[in-house]
Each structure stands twice: as structure tokens, then as C-alpha cells.
Design a protein around this ligand. Structure first.
Ligand code: ADP
Ligand code: MG
Length: 240
């Protein structure tokens, strides 16, 4: 389970640029949105149609900026002790309505997992899980199955595998999934997995992916039991 840090350079560049660009663009965009919405009130016919497209696109731009800000935000770590198993169950609760609506089965048995106490940043791990689950759902058709397994990996870490029965990825996709702005979705931002990679590294963890075209994808996340501050090397983690 190894993920080399070869994208961290581009990530920090994106991060620094994102902070300044997002701040510069967000204010004029708010003004634009305000005027467009004002015009929508009285617009009729084609003009109304065009304005609603403009409104939608502005909303999309805002979503991209927000994700860029998430990536660039300097990470203050709110570290606490919590059960990883319980956190996973809670995050899956959020996905349940969507799973029901899209006829996706979630295979997760947390009861067998009593002791998964870790010392880390729960908010961030929640965001990581949401990103991974969202991607899995987006890759699957009705009838798909999401299988989660949490295991103790050695003395000081836990491994979570998240397996979907979705469309899978081509070798080229696998190679690029952690690159900022890489997306195969018309409405995608390509910033979800860069956030996952950066966050896992910030927490001293790892992320790996394996996938087969037409069969499905598995993301494997390794969490150290104790948050490792500024863990910039994987060696430090695997040496434990
Ligand atoms: P986005 O979801 O906005 O496209 P992400 O960074 O979350 O951006 O994902 C990047 C790309 O990685 C996706 O567009 C998709 O091509 C691929 N991908 C990620 N997760 C999966 C998955 N579970 N199954 C298939 N492809 C995936
Ligand atoms: Mg995504």
C-alpha cells in the first residue's frame, strides 16, 4: 500500500494559487450572481432561458472555487480520539438516502469492529470518506454494491478498503486520478481525489487505488492510529 508523493509539488502550487484566485474571483462573482438573479425576476422567453443557464454556470464556478479553497486552506489540525468504525457508520448514514434512491447496496458490518480508536482529525476523515463514497456512487448503476472493510494493519494502523462494482477505470485514468482537475465527468471538478490525497498525507496516512475497467474500483486508505504531525514521508509511517 504505497502512494508516492509525486503529485505533492503540483498540489501545493495549486493550493497557493487557489487561495488568491478564489478570493479575487469570488467577490465579483457574487455581484454577477446578484444581478443575474435580479434580471431573472422580470425576464421572459428566451432571455429567461439564457439567464437561467448563466445562473447555473455561475453556481458551478462557485462550486469549483469552494473546492479549490478546501484544498488550499492551511490545515489546522483538530486532533481528538475517536472510533474510526463509528465515524464510518455515521458517514454512511449520510449516503443512505442516496443509496436507497439509486438501489445501491452498502455492505458494512461495523459490529464486528469494537476497537478502532484512533487519534486524528475526524472532520477531515469525514470529508475524505464522503469524497470516496460519492465517486463510488457516481461510478455505479442501480444494483451496484459498495463493500467496506476495516482491518487492523499491524500494531499502529488501520486499513479501510472501499470497493465498488462501478464502471472501473482505464490504465490512463488510474494514472491520473490524483491529479488536480483530472475528471471524466461532464460536471466534475477533478478536485475530490487531490483533496483526499493531500488530507491523507497531512494525517500521516496513505491512499491507494486499484481498478479494473468494467469491473469496479477499490480505494484503500491507511490510517495511523496516532496522527503523525507533518508526515511528509511515507517511510516514517511504514517504518512503524
Ligand atoms: P470528480 O469526481 O469531480 O471527477 P475526483 O477527483 O473525485 O473528481 O475524481 C477524479 C476522477 O477519477 C473521476 O472523474 C473518475 O474518472 C475517476 N474516479 C474516481 N473514483 C472513481 C471510482 N470509484 N470509479 C471509477 N472512476 C473513479
Ligand atoms: Mg469526486
Amino acid at each position: 500500500l504505497r502512494r508516492k508523493l509525486d503529485h505533492s509539488g503540483s498540489l501545493s502550487t495549486v493550493g497557493q494559487m487557489a487561495a488568491s484566485i478564489a478570493h479575487e474571483i469570488r467577490n465579483p462573482m457574487t455581484t454577477l450572481k446578484g444581478f443575474v438573479q435580479l434580471m431573472e425576476v422580470t425576464a421572459t422567453g428566451d432571455t429567461a432561458k439564457y439567464l437561467s443557464v448563466v445562473d447555473d454556470e455561475l453556481q458551478r464556478m462557485e462550486a469549483i472555487l469552494n473546492e479549490m479553497l478546501m484544498l488550499s486552506r492551511p490545515s489546522e489540525e483538530k486532533i481528538s480520539e475517536f472510533s474510526l468504525g463509528v465515524l464510518i457508520t455515521k458517514v454512511l448514514e449520510i449516503m443512505k438516502p442516496k443509496a436507497m434512491f439509486e438501489s445501491i447496496q452498502i455492505d458494512w458490518h461495523d459490529a464486528s469492529f469494537c476497537d478502532s480508536m484512533i487519534y486524528s482529525n475526524a472532520d477531515k476523515i469525514k470529508q475524505v470518506l464522503l469524497n470516496i463514497f460519492k465517486n463510488a456512487f457516481e461510478a455505479m448503476e442501480p444494483g451496484g454494491v459498495l463493500t467496506l472493510k476495516l482491518e487492523k494493519a499491524g500494531e499502529k494502523s488501520f486499513t479501510l478498503s472501499v470497493k465498488d462494482t462501478g464502471k472501473g477505470m482505464s490504465p490512463l485514468q488510474i494514472k491520473n486520478v490524483f491529479m488536480p482537475f483530472f475528471t471524466s465527468k461532464p460536471e466534475g471538478t477533478g478536485l475530490g481525489l487531490p483533496f483526499v490525497l493531500k488530507t491523507m498525507e497531512d494525517l500521516g496516512g496513505e491512499v491507494a487505488v486499484s481498478s479494473e475497467w468494467g469491473i469496479g474500483t477499490t480505494f484503500t486508505l491507511a490510517f495511523p492510529q496516532h496522527y503523525l504531525e507533518n508526515s511528509t514521508t511515507i517511510e516514517r509511517y511504514s517504518a512503524n
